[in-house]
Design a protein around this ligand. Structure first.
Ligand SMILES: CSCCC(=O)C(=O)COP(=O)(O)O
Ligand code: ZN
Length: 221
């Protein structure tokens, strides 16, 4: 692989991450510098571009992306520190393989709420929603079960627990009162997956809230 090709590919990856970062940041999905994003460069050996730790995702630039190996080590000397959660990205790439070309992690109110409401069941079941098709699941009346993992402070442990719960059919895992990790074969597909999950979590929360408030449509008197 020529140096020019390598540099061009890395530039292309960094630009894609910047674009999706700005889009999600505009929705408030990266509060307080939370969240991290990556795109795979090679599977064997595993290498990928990932956001540097602590960056404001609203103002992310290509200079906030570094390239790391499967142990979260930078491929070249750099001042940038990889995301503290890089090992979770690596775990997804290792376990899912070709279907994971990009991994995105967002912290949202609704994914946090759903992860807490269904924490005891260790998963949340969603049935018969049109947006399940946004996950590329097309069966009539499909049901999905999104795993929920405890939010272990120790990142190698958290990565291992996430890895154990990955379901190749359902491209996302919730971490309790933390956020979601989602993947797709490209940035475009994982962006769609995150949008679909977030829509369904918001719907589910509001539906539960509606039921909780007696499930009655207010009457006009
Ligand atoms: C202030 S967010 C706490 C860490 C976190 O959960 C996260 O997603 C961001 O970590 P990073 O090291 O990628 O900035
Ligand atoms: Zn996080």
């Amino acid at each position: 692989m020529s140096q020019t090709y390598l540099q061009e590919e890395r530039y292309r990856i960094a630009e894609q991450l910047v674009a999706v970062s700005q889009n999600f940041a505009s929705k408030g999905w990266f509060p307080a510098t939370s969240g991290n994003l990556s795109v795979k460069f090679s599977q064997e050996p595993l290498t990928f571009g990932v956001t540097a730790s602590g960056r404001d995702k609203e103002n992310l630039t290509i200079h906030d992306i570094l390239f790391v190996d499967g142990d979260s080590k930078a491929l070249e000397p750099t001042q940038l520190k990889p995301s503290a959660e890089t090992l979770i990205h690596a775990e997804v790439y290792k376990r899912i393989g070709a279907e994971a070309g990009s991994v995105l992690h967002v912290h949202t109110i609704y994914n946090n709420l759903i992860s807490e409401i269904f924490a005891d069941q260790q998963s949340v079941v969603i049935s018969d929603m049109e947006l399940i098709k946004g996950l590329n699941i097309w069966e009539e009346g499909a049901t999905i079960e999104v795993p929920i993992v405890e939010n272990f402070a120790d990142i190698p442990r958290l990565a291992e627990e996430v890895g154990k719960r990955l379901d190749p059919r359902v491209p996302g895992v919730l971490i309790r009162k933390h956020g979601i990790y989602a993947w797709g074969d490209s940035v475009a597909s994982v962006k769609r997956h995150v949008q679909a999950f977030e829509f369904m979590f918001e719907y589910l929360f509001k539906y539960l809230q509606f039921q909780g408030s007696a499930g009655k449509v207010p009457t006009v008197v």
